[in-house]
Design a protein around this ligand. Structure first.
Ligand code: ZN
Length: 158
């Protein structure tokens, strides 16, 4: 197995030109190719770039955080919610048996009797617009390939 570690700066904007996220105030991001550390639509375009390249990359929602799925919006009786007397819009819960298949649920509406929760990713349904600059590309180490993530600066902290 072979792989490269790509390090890049990015500014992420939505369709309206609003900045959602940026690496510019901090360290650039590093990922191991093929590891699933970043969204597939972004990785596919970054793979075509060389160190020092700047590019604008548009990732349609389906290749980013998926289309918005109404079936992932749940209304449940308030009594079933942990800490239900204090639950507020914006609260988040982990649901699921274990860490692998758990989903983050965001509370989007609270009434006296019911709580509405949304399991869509906050960026589901959004086309994403990245300004990227590749700052370094190197071969992955054997340990990185074994672990499936990047070590060192910008990588896994162990
Ligand atoms: Zn590791």
């Amino acid at each position: 197995m072979k792989g490269r570690v790509v390090t890049f700066h990015y500014v992420l904007k939505n369709k309206g030109g609003e900045t959602l996220d940026s690496s510019r105030e901090g360290e650039p991001l590093s990922f191991l190719e093929g590891s699933g550390e970043i969204i597939t639509g972004l990785e596919a375009q970054l793979r075509k770039l060389k160190s020092g390249d700047k590019s604008q990359i548009t990732v349609p929602a389906v290749d980013a955080y998926g289309n918005y799925d109404k079936a992932l919006v749940l209304e449940v009786p308030r009594i079933q919610i942990p800490n239900h007397s204090n639950v507020q819009v914006g609260d988040q819960f982990r649901a699921g048996e274990n860490a692998q298949d758990s989903r983050l649920l965001r509370v989007t509406k609270v009434t006296d009797s019911h709580v509405t929760m949304d399991a869509n990713h906050p960026l589901a349904g959004e086309d994403l617009f990245f300004d990227v600059e590749v700052t370094a590309i190197r071969d992955a180490t054997l340990d990185e390939l074994k672990h499936g993530h990047v070590h060192g600066a910008g990588g896994h902290p162990h």
